[in-house]
Design a binder for this molecule. Sequence first.
Ligand code: GLU
Length: 414
Amino acid sequence: MKSYNSFQVAQKQILEAVRILNLNKATRNLLIWPQREFKFTLPVKMDDGSVKVFHAWRIQYSTARGPAKGGIRFYPDERSDTIRALACWMTCKTALLDLPLGGGKGGIACNPRDMSERELENMSRAYIRATAPLLGIDKDVPAPDMYTNPQIMAWMLDEYETIVQRHHPGMITDKPLQIGGSEGRRDATARGGVITVREACKALQVEPATFAIQGFGNAGQRAALLHKEMLGGGKLVGVCDSRGGIYNPDGFDVKDLVTYKLTKGTVKGYPGAKVVDRDAILELDVDVLYPAAMENAITEKNASRIKARMICELANGPTTPEADKILNAKGAHIIPDILASSGGVTVSYFEMVQDSYSYFWEEKEVHAQLDKKLTKAYHTVIEAIREKKVDPRMAATVVAVARVAEACELRGWV
Ligand code: GLU
């Protein structure tokens, strides 16, 4: 099987944006590399008394526009190039949304499914002991990502505050509400994605009647619920997670399916559904496809079989460059990851703001501010598509890179 190096993909995207913007060589050389990278080994006490050593990373891709910002993943096959790419895309996301933040990403190579709650806590705290000097609301602010969640953020916050001996809630986001989290953060990634689908449907006059979701974690589940709620209808006809896929042409009862997933840990075995191959979900004939799993799901192998009219990328980097070309040539409307999945980091920013002045907004205020930001970003990208005559992903990248480059120039770096 062909393996994809996400960082090479990210670098190529930046290079192309630099070319389109006609930026100078120093800016190019600066933007294609992470500003700072850290690699750690974490010794962690396991329940059986043994000590296991985990490999971990934190990469601060750019701090030109503000503190580094981005999640921490727990993933068995983690490697530095993937984190580099994800940190680069975070830089683009925050810039595209015009947030006063840079971009970063972290990860631990581990399989959280094989670990007890206590082992996960020990490992999360070990990660913060290693990274504490790098973190802070004015330096680098982590958040959840694949297989991490608010409970893990709570342990990390506690470890950090124990080390620095003061409260510092804004050093991490998507915390539980009781310790400085924000209303509306949990469903923000999905909500942001659905807002962009709403705008795209209006612009293209598409009816989002049927949809499919690849990946049924936090973002996928929330998108399933919000698609119907925010777009006034739509049938979820196919879903898959890492264990299998299910299909129902009449549409699933979404609430019931989410409850099933939360109790069983998978959608596999859901009563009354046709069992299908995981990958078949991507190829369903639907109006909207939400890839919400992980990078490199849509490749040159399956892109030609994708029938969705609109693709809303809730995952980071789900489409390879070859697949992108195929989909664009077919006329599919791609809402690229750095736009479609930016709702999470946008509300993370709102959380940092609320933590800073220790005054918390109502949920409807968060929703309204998120809607404003995402709607504006969607139309900025559409304008850039027209102006630069490029595909949606390059349009979004060009807008982001121009903003990061301007900050680098203003700082006198280039
Ligand atoms: N992990 C999320 C992302 O990839 C959220 C990052 C954040 O809130 O900092 O966008």
